[in-house]
Write a protein that binds this ligand. Sequence first.
Ligand code: SF4
Length: 216
Amino acid sequence: MRKKQLALEVIERLKKEYPDAHCTLDYDKAWQLLVSVRLAAQCTDARVDQVTPKLYEKFPTIEALANADVDEIEKIVHPCGLGPSKARDISRCMKMLHYEYGDQVPDTMEELLKLPGVGRKSANLVLGDVFGKPAIVTDTHCIRLCNLIGLVDNIKEPAKVETALRKIVPPEEGNDLCHRFVNHGRAVCIARRPQCQACCLKDICRYGKSSEITFK
Ligand code: SF4
């Protein structure tokens, strides 16, 4: 099966398996998603979702966070790990949003990447989830699953996986597909112990097919 055809089949099957594709980070406003994504580095989404309500209770706006003492931010985000660098990035990012962008989160990749602490993964997430633009979020689940399934060939670098996926995934499907990769990566295609026997992709997945003999 060619990669484009494989991608379309994966999209359809995962849609049936996970009809409700959405980001697992809680947020009400675009800037809050930027904060949550920064906090989610090397931390679970569940932990981030526990911490952010406390942060927004104390600093409810971009302006409040922009003017907050970095140490105060760090005290609150400490449970997410990497407190000093995350607090510093959040502070700088909110300052830039407040003082240079008029409290508006930009809606282009180019502008988003200028914000401190915002990389392509975060920018894609905001473009897709907030602005409904074509997006490919290459997080750890996406990269692992794409290599196992055979959508990419031994590519681990996020930007290269993104480029490869953009060639074979219809633009309007990319954002939801990546959310479904996260769902599938947590529920079935678990890191280092994929549950291939229970997987809806086992007959089309490169790894699933190659390990078929071990099912018997
Ligand atoms: S068949 Fe196995 S390796 Fe392939 S996606 Fe499913 S669980 Fe992952």
